[in-house]
Design a protein around this ligand. Structure first.
Ligand code: COA
Length: 337
């Protein structure tokens, strides 16, 4: 291969915890209803990790699926890039534990923190490692146990978020090969960093011996303000990623957007001028799984045949930071695991 190698998709995988939490289950513990949640968000149910089931466990299972489904049968990996806002520990990162649990040996492994855009940032990082020749095969993971940071009766957040993990295998390859990713568009706006946050246990609300658990230890989100920013920002980022690939909006066969709210996904399609039938939607069954959202949606789209070999696919995410990111890929001919 001559020139800078592209990053090519080789496999996708997802893993969800077993426990299903329905909207009716939540209505029993907070002032909400199945009707409100379904119509305002598109969510019917989400999964919740069992006690002791952490981001590590979900990531390992999703990674096994992604490596099992590897199109070229190769499972060697020389770097693990993991996106999460709910790591197993504040220190160290979760990625080295995943690499060890998968028996990958002493490969590079580190976490990326870009909240709901985390997977897109992690994939862009993997593309950089591959382009620079630092790695040839990378496992890119998004994994979250959001239930750890949800205040149990906060209807602003508890109805939206769910737990789960998704993973993709990527390798160096020629840019015209099916599965090749295009350039990324990434951005952030720290002026609005307060819109989605967990302050507790870090510099702004440090731990002190004997300190009781407070509301600061849980996720706070100004949903309405986030909603207003999400659609125009994802649309602009999508257009930038498409322009860098040289694709027109009409070329796009499937949009895999961050599953934050079905109204946001539909609004994004309207803003871009894409038929909503081309939007991959699984939020009804998983909720918003933050960094895990896009790789889970990729795996579910593959399983359901919502994406086929040769399809031109747009990925786009938006979330806490604020952060956003988009990219493109052609869908490769992947076996169903
Ligand atoms: N159940 C019932 N009623 C609820 C509710 C719930 N879970 N949450 C809010 N409400 C009420 C509000 O109190 C408000 O009542 P009021 O009109 O009497 O004041 C009404 O419903 C509308 O609230 P609002 O916050 O405007 O709802 P919304 O349509 O904006 O939907 C979100 C709320 C959070 C679903 C929506 O804003 C959203 O999806 N935001 C983006 C979230 C996101 O993308 N986050 C992460 C990116 S990572």
């Amino acid at each position: 291969m001559t020139g800078v190698p592209a990053m090519v998709l080789t496999g996708v995988g997802a893993h969800l915890p077993a426990q299903v939490v329905t909207n009716d289950d939540l209505s029993e513990v907070m002032d909400t209803s199945d009707e409100w949640i379904r119509t305002r968000t598109g969510i019917r149910e989400r999964r919740r990790a069992a006690p002791g089931e952490t981001s590590l466990h979900l990531a390992v299972e999703a990674s096994r699926e992604a490596l099992k489904a590897t199109a070229d049968g190769a499972t060697d990996v020389d770097a693990v890039v993991l996106a999460t806002m709910t790591p197993d520990r504040r220190c160290p990162a979760t990625a080295p534990d995943v690499a060890a649990a998968l028996g990958l040996g002493r490969v590079a492994a580190f976490d990326v923190a870009a909240i709901c855009s985390g997977f897109v940032y992690a994939a862009a990082t993997a593309q950089g490692l591959i382009a620079a020749g630092t790695a040839r095969r990378v496992l890119v993971i998004g994994t979250e146990v959001m239930s750890e940071v949800l205040y149990p009766t906060d209807r602003n957040t508890a109805v939206i978020f769910g737990d789960g993990a998704g993973a993709v295998g990527v390798r160096a390859g020629p840019p015209d090969e099916p599965g090749a990713f295009g350039p990324f568009d990434l951005g952030a706006d720290g002026e609005d960093s307060d819109l989605i946050r967990v302050d507790g246990g870090a510099g702004r609300a440090p731990l002190t011996p004997g300190r009781p658990v407070t509301r600061d230890d849980y996720l706070v989100m100004d949903g309405r303000a986030v909603y207003r920013r999400a659609i125009p920002t994802m649309a602009a980022s999508s257009r930038a990623a498409l322009a860098r690939r040289g694709w027109a909006v009409d070329d796009v066969d499937a949009v895999i957007g961050h599953q934050a709210n079905v109204r946001i996904l539909d609004g994004l399609c309207h803003e871009l001028g894409v038929d909503t039938a081309r939007s991959v939607v699984n939020i009804d069954a998983v909720g918003n799984t933050s960094a895990a959202s896009i790789p889970i949606a990729m795996a579910h789209a593959h399983e359901r045949g919502a994406v086929a070999a040769g399809d031109k696919v747009l990925l786009t995410a938006f979330g806490g930071g604020l952060t956003w990111g988009s990219t493109t890929l052609t869908w490769p001919d992947l076996p169903i695991a």
